[in-house]
Design a protein around this ligand. Sequence first.
Ligand code: ARG
Length: 460
Amino acid sequence: GTNQMWGGRFEEGNSSEVIAFNESISFDQRLAKQDLQGSLAHVKMLVHTKILSPIDGAQIIGGLEKLQAQLAAGTLQFSSAYEDIHMNLESLLQQEIGPVAGKLHTARSRNDQTATDMHLFMQEELGQISDRLVDLLKVIVTKADQNVTTLMAGYTHLQHAQPISYAHYLMAYYEMFMRDLQRFQAAQASADNSPLGAAALAGTTFPIDREFSARELGFTKVYQNSLDAVSDRDYLLDFLSAAATVMMHLSRFCEEIIQWNTYEFNYLELSDEYATGSSIMPQKKNPDVAELIRGKTGRVYGELFSLLTTLKGLPLAYDKDLQEDKEGVFDAVDTVKTCLSLFAGMLETLTVKKDQMAAALQDDFSNATELADYLAAQGLPFRQAHQVVGKLVHYGMDHDLPLQEMSLEQLQQFAPEIKADVYEVLAPKQAVARRMSLGGTGFEQVREQIKRAQAKLNGE
Ligand code: ARG
């Protein structure tokens, strides 16, 4: 037979292959809650504007509320014969209340309906993602607060560069994730826009009140152009691009955790809870969780590109290609939420090997800049100071002698300006403490960063 909802002009039904290809109920059933919410707002608006009688309205509302209860109880049965969530719910409504159910679709189309569902879904999920991001930010700040004086090598080119505070390192990620939070909040604001009432593409002849239904659904704006309302997926791109960026940050952090958890670095140890073993090598403790977060970053990038590519050639207004917006977004939502909470747990429970971190600074010449700065402060042009210290480093490497272990005489052979007070600046702790420029790793600067972050997070 032909489709009940749109089959009037058809003589033949679709082949089972076409039905399976065309359907979206297998994934858009995830929008059942939003679809019922949208229908309730729509029918209330139809009654409010006197397009539907209060009696019909009450029957439809009663039926939709029954479906809500069945959804909550997990007893709703969907079928691919009804293609998508919209027609499945409408046919279930019909089973509940009979032919009056057919009046629900007055002044509405599945095109504005599916867009409404996705806007509601996205706003809700973005709220949850932001909450998880705030939880991660709190873990980072707590760890930073506990590690202001934990010293480590700061790297450029993955070579020891200058000593820094481990808290300073952590707070760099605080900044990145705070920007991510702002991006998710901006995506939430772009999802806050009601397409309901745009109908198929051109609006409707019925005297609807789009602001009424928008208010019912908690939207603060309504789309100002009906063609745009049914074809816009920018708010999903805003989410996906924020999702790709937060995953990129998580992935970089994971890469460092993976390296630092190696025998060679030995800066960290993952808790047993977030590490896995090998079925062949008994000694192994693998950072699978960190690797999987790094790996899953690729699929979230893919979902951003997939939607951009889907959209690039689409003529206005609705095209069925737009049904492809859902699976990637659902997957990105699930991936980001899972990765954020697993990452927070992994970070919270890993052990920082402070002694190993500090030991790596003992004979690595990462205090060479301190000596160059010391000489420059005595009036030697910095370029010249750099040359001299380079020669000292060369000498130290040849003799297996870090700068702080050279005698004053040895140092003075290279630069007579050097005095006994040089040893104070050569200690890694001093190298960190003295970097008091704004945003630098100096302990006091780091404490200020942490204080600002705590104040901000307590306000969130
Ligand atoms: N299931 C569709 C989607 O998710 C909604 C229906 C679109 N309308 C149509 N005439 N095919 O995009």
